[in-house]
Design a binder for this molecule. Structure first.
Ligand SMILES: [Zn+2]
Ligand SMILES: [Zn+2]
Ligand SMILES: [Zn+2]
Length: 429
C-alpha cells in the first residue's frame, strides 16, 4: 500500500498520494484548485482594462447602436455603463433621430440580423409609440410574426393580407391571431365576430377560441359582438421619488405600497394598499368613480395564489369581498414576513408616457405604472367582476423587481367602476 502524505496547507487535514503531490507541489486537489483560482483572479485584477465604449460618442443614435450591439463576456474587460438607460435614450430621441434608428433596424433586417432588429423596433413602438408601418412588409418577408405589437398600426392592405394568411398558415396562426388582436380595427372585429358564429375548422387546433386572443391586444369582444377596451391610453410611470423630484410630481398626491390597517382573513397578515390615488387624476378620471380616492388593496402573500377582490364602500374604504374564494393551497406564512414592502418612497411621474411603454415584459424597462397596457408575464388575464360578470378594466401594475433587487413578479390591478370592486392578480416567470 502506498503511504499517503499530508497536504502542505496549514490547517488542511487532507492526505494525498505521492503522485498527486508530485503534480500539485504537495497540495491536495481542493487546495491546489483554490490556489489556481486565486492566481487567475489576481491576474484578472492586474490586467483588467476599463473600457468606455461611449467615450467619444455624443450622437444618441450612435450611443443606442452601441447599447444594442451584443457583447461577448470577457473577464479582462470592464465596460463602463452609460449613465442613461436604453429606454430613457429612446424617449429623448428627436423624430429625426428615431427615424435614423428605424433605418438602422431596416439595415440589420436586410443583413439577416433579425434578433438585433427586433428589440430596436419594439423599443421604437413601445417607448415612443412610433409609427413604423414602412417596416411591416419587410417583417412579413422575413417571416417575423412573433412581435405582434409591431403590427398594431397596420394599414388596410397589410391587415387584409394577414386576414387571408391566418386562414391557411398553420405554422404562424397563433402569432397571426395575436397580430390581429393588436390591430383590432372594425374589419378585424367583424371577422372575429364571424369566427365566433361560425368557427373555422382550424379553430379546433387552438387552445382558446379566436376571440380570446383579443385580450392580448387589451380588449374583448362583448356578447353583442362589439369591441370593449380593457385598458386606458393615458399612462403614468410609478417611480422611486429619488428619480422624480419636480413639484408637479408631489401634486399628483398618489401613494403606493402602504400597509393597511386591515388584516387578511386567510393568512392574518396585514393587507397592502398597492395604490391610493385621487380619482380626478387624468389616468383614472375616465372611470367616473363616484369617490374622491381610489384604493386598491390586496394581500401580498395570498395574492400570489389567487385573484383577490376588494369592494369599496360608499366612502371608498376597501372591504375584503364576500366573493373571494380561498384557494385549495396556500403556504403557511411566517408572521415575521408580514411587515409589508419596505422599499423607497414611490410617486407618479408628472408627464404621461407611451401607453405601450411596458407592454413587452421582456424588454429592459421598469414596468410599474397607472394606465397603459399590462406587461403580461404569462397570458393576458382580465378577471371577471363577481357582481356583473363582465371583465374588469386594467388600471395599473406594480412590478416588485422595480423597487427591490430580490423582488420579482407583477401585481396587476383592475376595477369594475359600476360595482366599485377592485381585483388584483399576480404573475411571475
Ligand atoms: Zn489541502
Ligand atoms: Zn393573506
Ligand atoms: Zn361589475
Amino acid at each position: 500500500m502506498t503511504e499517503r502524505i499530508p497536504c502542505k496547507t496549514e490547517g488542511c487535514r487532507a492526505t494525498i498520494l505521492p503522485t498527486t503531490a508530485a503534480k500539485t507541489g504537495g497540495y491536495c486537489m481542493p487546495c491546489h484548485q483554490e490556489q489556481e483560482r486565486q492566481k487567475r483572479q489576481a491576474y484578472i485584477e492586474q490586467h483588467r482594462k476599463t473600457v468606455n465604449l461611449y467615450e467619444d460618442l455624443t450622437d444618441p443614435v450612435e450611443i443606442l447602436k452601441v447599447m444594442h450591439t451584443p457583447r461577448q463576456h470577457d473577464p479582462l474587460i470592464q465596460y463602463v455603463p452609460y449613465p442613461l438607460s436604453k429606454e430613457q435614450m429612446y424617449v429623448s430621441l428627436t423624430a429625426e433621430e428615431a427615424g435614423r434608428m428605424l433605418k438602422y433596424a431596416l439595415e440589420l433586417l436586410a443583413a439577416g440580423d433579425k434578433n438585433e432588429a427586433d428589440p430596436i423596433l419594439l423599443s421604437l413602438v413601445c417607448y415612443r409609440n412610433d409609427y413604423i408601418v414602412e417596416v411591416l412588409p419587410e417583417l412579413m418577408e422575413h417571416g417575423m410574426y412573433h412581435s405582434g405589437i409591431l403590427f398594431k398600426d397596420a394599414p388596410p392592405d397589410i391587415r387584409d393580407r394577414l386576414l387571408q394568411q391566418v386562414e391557411w398558415d398553420d405554422d404562424n396562426r397563433n402569432h397571426l391571431l395575436l397580430i390581429l388582436s393588436w390591430i383590432g380595427d372594425p374589419v378585424v372585429i367583424s371577422r372575429i365576430r364571424e369566427w365566433r358564429l361560425h368557427p373555422p375548422e382550424w379553430a379546433e387546433q387552438l387552445f382558446v377560441g379566436p376571440e380570446i386572443y383579443a385580450l392580448e391586444g387589451g380588449w374583448e369582444l362583448t356578447s353583442d359582438g362589439e369591441r370593449r377596451d380593457l385598458t386606458h391610453g393615458l399612462s403614468y410611470a410609478i417611480r422611486a421619488t429619488g428619480e422624480q423630484r419636480d413639484a408637479a410630481t408631489a401634486a399628483s398626491n398618489a401613494r403606493f405600497l402602504k400597509i393597511s390597517a386591515s388584516n387578511c382573513p386567510w393568512c392574518d397578515g396585514k393587507l397592502t394598499i398597492l395604490l391610493d390615488a385621487d380619482t380626478s387624476h387624468p389616468s383614472l378620471a375616465y372611470l367616473g368613480l363616484p369617490l374622491e380616492r381610489l384604493q386598491v388593496e390586496t394581500c401580498e402573500r395570498c395574492g400570489c395564489f389567487s385573484t383577490i377582490y376588494v369592494e369599496l364602500d360608499r366612502q371608498g374604504v376597501p372591504v375584503w369581498s364576500r366573493f373571494n374564494q380561498k384557494p385549495a393551497y396556500l403556504p403557511s406564512f411566517d408572521s415575521e414576513d408580514s411587515s409589508g414592502m419596505t422599499g423607497p418612497r414611490l410617486t407618479l411621474s408628472s408627464e404621461p408616457h407611451s401607453p405601450y411603454y411596458a407592454a413587452i415584459w421582456t424588454l429592459s424597462q421598469q414596468d410599474s405604472q397607472i394606465g397603459g397596457h399590462p406587461s403580461w408575464v404569462q397570458d393576458a388575464d382580465y378577471p371577471f367582476c363577481p357582481c356583473c360578470a363582465k371583465r374588469m378594466r386594467f388600471i395599473g401594475q406594480v412590478d416588485w423587481a422595480d423597487f427591490d433587487n430580490l423582488g420579482e413578479g407583477i401585481f396587476y390591478m383592475f376595477v369594475c367602476a359600476e360595482d366599485k370592486v377592485t381585483a388584483t392578480l399576480y404573475q411571475q416567470s
